[in-house]
Ligand binder design. Structure first.
Ligand code: NI
Length: 398
């Protein structure tokens, strides 16, 4: 048990109420106007004066302690998704077609919880705690980049963030050092053949046949051109072509995603993909265009920060309930902060079938076990102490 258990328990119900308010009033990425205003009101209510709006709809707050020490940032994302909620709960979304279906409502409630406790305890606090309520995590290029450009990381020594995670049981926590979330890139291939009658294929160049060969052959980049010990996913997720059962169309469009962890793998994949598209199109007499857009960088945790977060998590939930998380192939723009300062992104288990929290993230029935909110906050606060202590020791008088 950590020294924060009582403080955290005391605000459990309040955090759940905040989370429900946010759940009821979700806003899409880059449009979090009411959400950010509401967050600023809460922070000022807690007595935090240094609060400002950043990059339109992000919020940053600074809490300066009375003792010297490092500056640690805590980050929550605040945006919702374009999904019609199917949960029948009293606090279901009031905004049609928009839903907190990824748990960012819970992230925001947890960071507010940490803010309230820190604001009350500020006197003996060491160093600075920077609270980053980040806009637009769900939509590339993401809100982190804009907020970093506006200086939210200036003077920050380390950063911590968490994701509520419904595939993990409530009460467990996942922490790992090194790569934890992938780089999600996007591609689009347009294949142009020559349309014609479905009964006279000899007079056509069939882009559906060509596209099918491309879909199959792209997997050879994964299975035959990449070290089996490196992670790589190539998924064609859209294949559009054709208008009728007896017409061979002119064009086929393939859209998909590439997931990697290593920069060298990520860098060579587009070229290898295009060489396959080019070769197959040439063989069949089709032409093509190939577009590749790099998304977020992979989330790579710092070893030292991850070790301290792990120690904190072990104090909070017990060592047996802290897992060394295997990397997930989803993406997160928390990576943008990690490219500037060392940090750790960990996972707070939030699945609990008994409470209806059994659906995957981004599902219209997504739910979390709200009783895990105190766990995330307690880990934040415990890890903060450990980090600012370690900076203090390392930097002497800072
Ligand atoms: Ni999310």
């Amino acid at each position: 048990m950590s020294r924060y258990r009582q403080d955290v328990e005391a605000i459990r119900e309040e955090m759940i109420a905040w989370r429900r308010y946010l759940h009821q009033n979700p806003e899409l990425s880059f449009q979090e106007y009411r959400t950010s205003a509401w967050i600023m009101e809460r922070l000022r209510e807690f007595g935090i004066e240094d609060v400002r709006l950043v990059a339109g709809t992000g919020v940053v707050a600074r809490l300066i302690g009375s003792e010297p020490g490092g500056c640690v940032a805590l980050r929550a994302d605040i945006d919702a998704l374009p999904i019609q909620e199917e949960n029948d709960v009293p606090y279901r979304s009031r905004n049609p077609g928009v839903m907190h279906a990824c748990g960012h409502d819970g992230h925001t409630a947890m960071l507010l919880g940490a803010a309230k406790i820190l604001a009350a305890r500020r006197k003996p606090m060491r160093g600075e705690v920077r609270l980053i309520f980040q806009k637009a995590e769900e939509v590339f290029p993401g809100g982190a980049r804009d907020m970093i450009e506006e200086g939210v990381l200036e003077g920050v020594d380390a950063i911590i963030g968490t994701h509520l995670w419904s595939p993990m049981a409530a009460g467990t926590v996942g922490v790992a050092s090194g790569p934890v979330m992938a780089a999600p890139d996007r591609f689009r291939i347009e294949i142009t053949g020559r349309g014609g009658h479905g009964g006279a294929p000899q007079d056509t160049v069939d882009p559906i046949l060509v596209g099918s060969q491309v879909v199959g052959a792209l997997q050879s980049v994964v299975s035959r051109r990449t070290d089996p010990l490196d992670q790589l996913v190539i998924s064609v997720c859209e294949f559009h072509a054709g208008t009728a059962h007896n017409i061979i169309p002119n064009q086929a469009t393939l859209v998909g995603t590439v997931r990697t962890f290593r920069e060298d793998v990520r860098r060579r994949v587009p070229e290898q993909m295009e060489s396959i598209v080019k070769g197959i199109c040439a063989a069949f007499g089709a032409t093509y265009t190939f577009e590749y857009e790099r998304g977020y960088a992979p989330v790579v945790n710092d070893e030292r920060v991850a070790r301290l977060v792990r120690e904190a998590a072990e104090e909070v939930v017990g060592p047996k309930r802290v897992e060394t998380m295997a990397p997930v192939m989803g993406g997160e723009d928390f990576s943008a902060y990690l490219q500037v300062v060392p940090g750790c992104f960990f996972f707070t288990g939030a699945g609990n079938p008994a409470k209806g929290a059994r659906y995957p993230h981004h599902h219209p029935k997504f739910a979390i076990d709200e009783d895990v909110l105190p766990i995330g906050v307690e880990i934040f606060l415990t890890a903060l102490d450990k980090l600012s202590e370690s900076f203090h020791r390392r930097d002497g008088t800072r």
